[in-house]
Ligand binder design. Structure first.
Ligand SMILES: Cc1ncc(C[n+]2csc(CCOP(=O)(O)OP(=O)(O)O)c2C)c(N)n1
Ligand SMILES: CC(=O)[C@@H](O)[C@H](O)COP(=O)(O)O
Ligand SMILES: [Mg+2]
Length: 643
């Protein structure tokens, strides 16, 4: 649905138009930009509160900087809607995150203003530093490089690795710390407490303002003045500020904290900072959800609320007369608490996604046994391994795509040491509107190659519960991974008694002739639907839910090889190295002479869209499965086959 932009905003196609305005009109621009974001996101969905929080910052940056020559890098990029609207994409913004529409994150192929592709957090300082060093090398001394990073994203190790490096590079880098005290959930950790301390310490702020304004004035007087500034800084800031300022200790010049919603002050400060060389950090304090009262009040709920009525604030739900199956996330959250009540060794760990993965249920019920460790996937894995080394059983829940960050920790800290960490990989498979950075495409492939690792995937809620139950019964000789997708399962009546599943044992869903369909995980439900339609058309494939990509159910596979000349494998993951590849390897090792067709994500970047649209595009939704079977098998007369 197209939404009309305000009068001023509708004339701003690019930042060059913005820069023609008198600065006293910027507040108006901010109001219209904020309203436009509210109007479009309410009917289209997407990230909301973070975008409202950076409206002033976005306008000020594009007003002061000479983008795209000056380089602006957004961390995560979930807050870059204002940036997109001001940089040539206002009229296509209604296609944001929609299949074939623009991406919900900055993307280099989409615009020259998108200097760096993002989606995962905490990459902005490294990327902007790389750009700054490249400019220095090329002699582009007039070029500005700015990384905008949130307080949540600043908790990741990668951000600190970049600060550590940037502090000794004398390149032109400005880091803007957008501090709203929030990650998706409330931000956590000692850094958050430190930032709150320096934002609220009145005496320090007054002193800092005085020193900064004097230093900025002197620094405008020319090259020699910088030397004087440095000396003054060394003696004054060195003794007073450095002691208390983390960023100064890392050789950044620290400015702020300033009000990130005061557009006029922001413009002035950013102008001043353009004339100060070397690594600098500007600490901006903002409010997540700024300007939409409900979002300011419940920032987690309004991080990405889905569609809503912008007047009443009512978030739209899909209503149905029929009872609905739960989300896998909720099954995980409730089941973990159930198991933890039975087994006092169980602990819960999430890197910054407690409400996303539903560990918040355990954090509330058992606060001393469940940890949000901040955006810190590597730490989450090794922390879990540490817990496991002491006889505990951590359930470490990480979105599949974020787990890409922690591969070494899984190998080095958990698998080699045979530690029984249970890795629950949420959002495994096609993630949907978040797109390629968030699809859980690779985990089967990258976990399957790790020794001592169990790789499993439930086809429904009951299977998820039973896999979780099985994983904590004993040490299976190393980590136990369980992957499941974003969204709903298929069972309304899911809270059934626990039953152990034998590790490496698949199950037959239905018997058949001519061809066997082997599935892993929830995508097996598409195969169930496909088989029903195929049966009516006279095709009778057998269907096996293999449950494990590692170890494989070798006995079941050998009997399948003996009976069927044709096999289709289906997985919601990349086909290179994944579940289908595991079957191919086993088939080759056992001289299987039949034909094996693999369905899964092709060796390509899968863009954004709804899960169902992308399953279809990748060729493993119900219809694609039907077509694949029909292409391989000759139809037989309809007859009933009970599996
Ligand atoms: C590596 C990684 N882990 C987790 C996430 C999920 N995530 C996206 S935004 C976000 C919160 C970021 O907080 P902050 O940087 O402070 O931005 P804010 O939303 O507060 O503006 C999280 C945890 C991610 N994108 N990347
Ligand atoms: C930007 C980001 O990484 C998160 O906000 C992500 O979009 C959350 O995804 P879910 O909605 O699947 O929890
Ligand atoms: Mg934040």
């Amino acid at each position: 649905m197209e939404v009309q932009a305000g009068e001023l905003l509708s004339k701003i196609n690019y930042p060059s138009d913005l820069r023609k305005l008198d600065s006293n009109r910027l507040e108006e621009v901010c109001n219209e930009l904020r309203q436009y974001i509210i109007d479009v996101v309410s009917v289209n969905g997407g990230h909301f509160a973070a975008n409202l929080g950076v409206v002033e910052l976005t306008v000020a940056l594009h007003y002061v900087l000479n983008t795209p020559y000056d380089q602006l890098v957004w961390d995560v990029g979930h807050q870059a809607y204002g940036h997109k609207i001001l940089t040539g994409r206002r009229d296509v913004f209604h296609t944001n995150r929609i299949y074939k529409g623009i991406s919900g994150f900055p993307k280099r192929s989409e615009s020259e203003y998108d200097t760096f592709g993002v989606g995962h957090s905490s990459t902005s300082i490294s990327a902007a530093l790389g750009m700054a060093v490249a400019s220095q090398y090329k002699g582009e001394t007039d070029r500005q490089h700015v990384a905008v990073i949130g307080d949540g994203s600043m908790t990741a190790g990668m951000a600190f690795e970049a600060l550590n490096h940037a502090g000794i590079e004398n390149s032109n880098l400005l880091v803007i710390l957008n501090d709203n005290c929030m990650s998706i959930d409330p931000n956590v950790g000692a850094l958050k407490e430190y930032l709150t301390d320096i934002s609220t310490s009145k005496g320090y702020n007054r002193f800092r303002d005085d020193v900064s304004s004097v230093l900025m004035k002197i620094s405008e007087l020319g090259p020699n003045a910088h030397e004087i500034v440095k000396k003054i800084e060394k003696s004054i800031k060195g003794t007073i500020l450095k002691k208390s300022n983390l960023f100064e200790s890392l050789k950044f010049r620290y400015f702020g904290p300033i009000d990130g919603h005061d557009i006029n002050h922001l413009v002035k400060v950013l102008e001043d900072l353009k004339h100060i060389p070397g690594p600098k950090l500007l600490h901006c304090v903002t409010v997540k959800g700024k300007g939409y009262a409900l979002a300011e009040k419940d920032q987690t709920k309004w991080h990405a609320p889905g569609l809503f009525d912008k007047i009443t604030g009512e978030i739209k739900k899909s209503y149905s007369d029929k009872p609905q199956a739960p989300k896998y996330q909720d099954v995980f959250g409730h089941t973990l608490v159930e198991l933890a009540k039975m087994n006092d060794k169980i602990m819960g760990v999430t890197p910054a996604m407690p409400s996303g993965c539903s560990l918040n249920i355990m954090m509330k019920a058992m606060p001393n046994r469940a940890f949000d460790v901040g955006i810190a996937e590597q730490h989450a894995v090794t922390f879990s391994a540490g817990l496991a080394s002491q006889g505990l059983i951590p359930f470490c829940n990480i979105y599949s795509s974020f787990m890409q960050r922690a591969f070494d920790q899984v190998v080095h800290d958990a698998a080699i040491q045979k530690l029984p960490v249970v890795f629950c990989l949420d959002r495994a498979g096609i993630a949907g509107a978040d797109g390629p950075t968030h699809h859980g495409a690779y985990d089967i492939a990258f976990f399957r190659c790790i020794p001592n690792m169990i790789v499993s995937a439930p086809m429904n809620e009951e299977e998820l519960r039973n896999l979780m139950y099985t994983a904590q019964l004993k040490n299976h000789g190393g980590p136990f991974s369980i992957r499941y997708p974003r969204g709903k399962g298929v069972m309304v009546d899911w809270q059934r008694p626990f039953a152990e599943i034998e590790v490496g044992q698949g199950r037959k869903i239905c018997d058949g002739e001519d061809i066997a369909i082997l599935t892993l995980g929830h995508i097996g439900n598409e195969a169930v639907k496909a088989c029903q339609e195929l049966n009516a058309d006279g095709y009778h494939p057998a269907h096996f839910d293999m449950r494990f990509a590692k170890p494989l159910d070798q006995n079941m596979l050998l009997s399948i090889f003996a009976k069927y000349d044709q096999i289709i494998t289906i997985e919601d993951g990349c086909i290179q190295g994944g579940f289908g590849s595991a079957i191919l390897e086993f088939a080759a090792d056992n001289q299987y002479k039949g034909q094996i067709k693999r369905l899964g994500m092709p060796d390509d970047v899968i863009e954004h869209g709804e899960q169902q649209e992308l399953w279809e595009e990748c060729g493993y939704d119900k219809v694609s499965i039907i077509n694949a079977v029909k292409a391989l098998v000759v139809a037989r007369p309809v007859k009933s086959l009970v599996g």
